[in-house]
Design a protein around this ligand. Structure first.
Ligand code: AMP
Ligand code: MN
Ligand code: MN
Ligand code: MN
Length: 284
């Protein structure tokens, strides 16, 4: 069976493999297609498409937007959009500036605690294009302020900590609108990371469908078989596509492998990609 991975991060956000290394690795793992879905950026895609020509692998245009529904942070994946869309690129530029402002504020907050972190400390194997709390966590571990990245999130980085700064409030509905305007497919990422209640997930999905939500990421490493089944059933009942991916971050999350998750707990069939292609054809 041909397998794919529709959720990966490169050094253009908080993954530790460059687009080249990521594509090489995917090709070695015999994946038929991958999407690079960096956080709030598409800057790595042109380079990735150039490199993908040298490998027998299909690269799918992707992005993962951080956004909110009420006060809850949710992530929206975008696929198969026009990466040269001017409205998309303008919005992404604004988001990048807001991330930079937030990172500056976090650095100041850490300084107030006597913890000095500068931009060089935040690279952590990435190229600094889109710095997230993941890099703050790695820097805090490296400097000895936390034992593990989870510990860094608990002590310093999660909502409620004095050094936590909320992201610019971008509505999930806005991100979906943006992806659609750029001709893409909008997918709710890893729904069971927001709540374990299938009923609540179903309600979240219902609020997003009128804005153009096309699908839900049902196949994801931390989900149980039953959970995956429940999300797939919701997708069938609401006429949404199913997607899946590992959320591979390279060494930044080294217990999760490309294409297979934790100890082969996921496998994403190529057929899902055919369904995505079919709905983009229906748009045009
Ligand atoms: P941000 O988008 O800057 O708010 O940062 C969120 C990023 O931090 C996500 O992309 C995750 O990859 C990462 N992250 C969130 N929670 C954890 C955690 N407990 N341990 C390690 N990384 C995390
Ligand atoms: Mn990440
Ligand atoms: Mn995510
Ligand atoms: Mn992700």
């Amino acid at each position: 069976m041909k397998r794919i991975d529709l959720h990966t991060h490169s050094t253009f956000s908080d993954g530790t493999l460059t687009p080249q290394k990521l594509i090489e690795y995917a090709s070695n793992k015999k994946l038929s297609a991958i999407s690079i879905t960096d956080h709030d950026t598409i800057s790595g895609l042109n380079e990735a498409f150039e490199i993908s020509k040298k490998f027998d692998i299909e690269l799918i245009t992707g992005v993962e937007f951080t956004c909110f529904i009420s006060d809850m942070e949710v992530h929206i994946l975008g696929y198969m959009f026009d990466k040269d869309s001017s409205i998309l690129n303008e919005q992404i530029k604004k988001i990048a500036q807001s991330r930079k402002n937030r990172n500056d504020k976090m650095i100041e907050k850490f300084k107030d605690l006597g913890i000095n972190i500068d931009y060089k400390d935040l690279l952590c194997g990435t190229n600094g294009n889109s710095i997230t709390r993941s890099q703050f966590a790695s820097a805090l571990v490296k400097k000895g302020y936390a034992k593990t990245k989870d510990d860094a999130f608990d002590k310093y980085l999660k909502d409620g900590c004095s050094t936590y700064i909320k992201r610019k409030d971008i509505r999930a509905t806005e991100s979906i609108g943006l992806i659609k305007k750029a001709g893409g497919i909008a997918v709710l990422a890893h729904p069971l990371r927001y709540t374990k209640s299938i009923l609540k997930i179903s309600n979240i999905i219902d609020t997003l469908i009128p804005y153009g939500l096309d699908g839900v990421e049902a196949i994801y490493p931390t989900f149980t078989k039953d959970e995956i089944k429940s999300i797939k059933e919701i997708c069938i009942s609401k006429n949404l596509i199913v997607t899946g991916g590992s959320d591979f971050h390279g060494l930044a999350r080294d217990n999760i492998d490309l294409g297979s998750g934790h100890n082969n707990d996921i496998s994403v069939p190529y057929d899902l990609l055919n369904k995505m292609k079919k709905i983009t054809n229906d748009f045009t």
